[in-house]
Write a protein that binds this ligand. Sequence first.
Ligand code: IFM
Length: 439
Amino acid sequence: MPQATFHFPRGFLWGTATAAHQVEGHNTNNTWYAWEQAGHTADTCDLACDWWGGRWREDLDRAAESGQNAHRFSVEWSRIQPKIDRWDEAALDHYRQMLQGMYERGLTPVVTLHHFSDPLWFAEQGGWENDKAIGQFVEFVKKVVSALKEYVPLWCTFNEPNVYATMGYIMGVFPPGRTGDMATAQRVMLNMVRAHAAAYEVIHRLHPVARVGMVLNYRGFSPARGWMPFDAGIARLQSRLYNDLIPATLRDGVFRGLPRRIRIPEARGKQDFLGINYYTRDLVAFVPWKPADLFSRRFYPPDAPLSETGFIAHQPEGMFAALKWGLQFDVPLIVTENGVEDSQDTLRPRYLVEHVHQVWRAVNFNWPVKGYFHWTLVDNFEWERGWQQRFGLWALERETQARRKRPSADLYAAICRENGISYAMVERYAPDALAALFP
Ligand code: IFM
């Protein structure tokens, strides 16, 4: 039997990622609550995983006991600043306790300042469409960083601004539910980039040793037909708009939107690391009569295994491509999310180990990949898809709040403890990945 182990460097961050609205429960003062109440989601978030009620303790015990050494989570703006002129010190204290709890458990915290949900007062003022958003976000960042800085080595300003803008202004499934509004989607991203640049300055001023980055959802777009130059062209355009636009602006201060470029010199060089959330990739075919879909049809490779609801195609090589793409920004990379919805845990073990193996390949080329965060620890509220998708290493029974460990939790624990992937763990937990990892 081959005894190979794919080792990771010492100090590599192994964790899970969560977000406030998805786990805390009873966040009733933000845009997502209003969106759910208006019937736009498959079901409502309600108590979620009851982290606000204190169950973060038992879940972080699970994370720590399974060998993880880091945890990525977000703070909820609408709790910390419930009204434009009111700050809630008790909410900040709650997050302080969570951060202390992470240190007690040996988990390095990675904190996201904005993960999809906005306070209602902020949305009423125009949200990210309004230029005032930048100053408002900066005030929030000042408050949070002043209160929590001693605990936080890594700050993520925004989670997936490309998803926020696409889902909210083009697809219409996130608040505010607009469709096909490319111009506003770009304005929103532009304002988020400006807000990131200003927040970057503030965080560095308040806490010079902290590292500040943005988290992007990277999606692979490959031409569907190798012989068709238009497929390649349209795939490149989609990748440029969806993947490159924001991190490239933070690299060189030029926002290359459509139809024009906008110079934002203050954004130049304002990323200490880039967070990459990779889940899957698409094939792209040119379709001249579909302008609303950027002249294309996107679909999964017909032979790719699909997740339970068909949301994700198992495309592990896309992880390697994502990290290779990330090299152009010349900053350390962190896989801030990766995972699959799978209530029965049938695909997840293979998905997990084959994706982590692709991260190892990148690390083995000496690419600066510093950590991997699995999405997610316990099943949580999946936005417009509600509770229909189960991404947790632990299953959640919502009615009782009981957690049940899925086999992948043991596999991930073995990876974290070993700081690598061994033949024995693949054979035991994901034998269907043996051929891919040990050909
Ligand atoms: O749940 C989300 C998360 O909030 C952002 N990235 C993708 C995850 C899975 O859908």
